[in-house]
Structures are given as structure tokens and as C-alpha cells.
Design a protein. Sequence first.
Length: 256
Amino acid sequence: MPDAMTIIAPTPAQPGLLDLLKEDLACVFQRDPAARSTLEVLTTYPGVHAILLHRVSHRLWRAGWRYPARFLSFLSRTLTNVDIHPGATIGHRFFIDHGACVVIGETAEVGDDVTLYHGVTLGGTSWNKGKRHPTLASGVVVGAGAKILGPIVIGERVRVGANSVVVKDVPADRTVVGVPGRIVDTRHARSEDGVDLNHNVLPDPVAKSIACLIERIETLEKELAELRHEAPPPDHSGQCQTCSAGDLCCEHESMH
């Protein structure tokens, strides 16, 4: 087709800075029941301060004003204790709950409706230039103290448990816990508003493994008793299979 006949699709217009700031502010009331008023959020939420200042510093960074962007980022970190590199790309309705000790590296990419709790690090694993920080798709929730390291991809609506260390890609709609992070839950139901904050509802892979071992041991004991023509071992069904804590176990009541 001749050049004169070529149709170039228009590039979608970027949202205005004010529109992004309004969305960031509104999402606080959806995800934090402690938020009472706009004035309170604007004046007392360091996570909100950090993202508002990052929106400005990121615009400066993309416009080529690198030092002013870095200096504004430094001032934001001093004020909020949240360190977001101005080169990091962050989507709509981003929320940092409690806003303390969060680090987001230069090449990190964060999708829409992402929630981070305090102590989260989106860090790199290389000193080389180029893509070295993680990419978080939309709807991801990262628990307190979790570390997501390297140029990996965290799929949509993934939940990362507190203090987990994730170093590998995670498919969408999964739950990751542990050090190093392990996928311990298959796809879970999506909430009506698309944001799942139930990051406390996490399976325990160690307890599950112990329960499986105990169940296997009991099966072997029964088979051995039959071969020896002995009385079968006592039946422990209905009792907690993961430990001997008894009434001290927080899950004891739910097991009976």
C-alpha cells in the first residue's frame, strides 16, 4: 500500500496528572476502612503522599528532567519513608497501606489496582543496566515485608504472603508464600470489585506436608499390623494432624 494510503492509528492519550491523583485518593476509601475523610487522607497518609509526589517526579523523569526528578524523589523519601525511583512505572489506583519502608526500583512496572503493605521491596538482582526489577500486573496484593526480586512477572490478582521472597514468575490468580516463594494455592475466586485484600487467608504448605506424612505413617502402621496379625493401631481421626499443641493450637477448634 502506498505511503499516502497508510492509516496510522492514533496513540491513546495519557490520563491527566490530576485525574490520576483523584483516582489514587479515591481508592484509599475502598481499601482502608480506617480512612474517614479526604482531609485526613491528604494530611496523614504517607503512602498517599509518596504516590502523589511520584506522579510528579515520574513526569519530570520522562520529560528528561532527571536531576529534578531524583531530587523530588529524595524529598519524598525523606518525608514519607517510601523510596520510589522516578523511573518506575505505576498504574492507576495504586495504594501503599501504612506507607513505611517500601522500596520500588527504577525499572519496576506496576499495573492498575495494586496494593502494597509496609516493608515491601520491588528490587533488582543485577548491577547491569536495563530491565532488572519486577513487573506486577493489575490487582496484585503484596503482604507486609515481602520481597519481589529480579525482572520477573507477577500475574494478575496474585496474592503474595507477608515476608515472602519471590524470585520466579507467578501465573495469574495464584497465592505465593514462603522463602523462597512457593505457589501454594490454585486459582481463587475474584472479588466483585476486582481487588482481593484477603492476603491473610493463606494456606500453610509446611503444615500440609506434615499432615500428609502423618496420614501416610498411619496407613503404613495399619498395613504392618495386618501383616503381623496384630491389633490395629488406635484411630486418631478427628484429631489435629499437624502438631500436638492440642488446645493451644489456634486452629484446634476448627479441626473438631
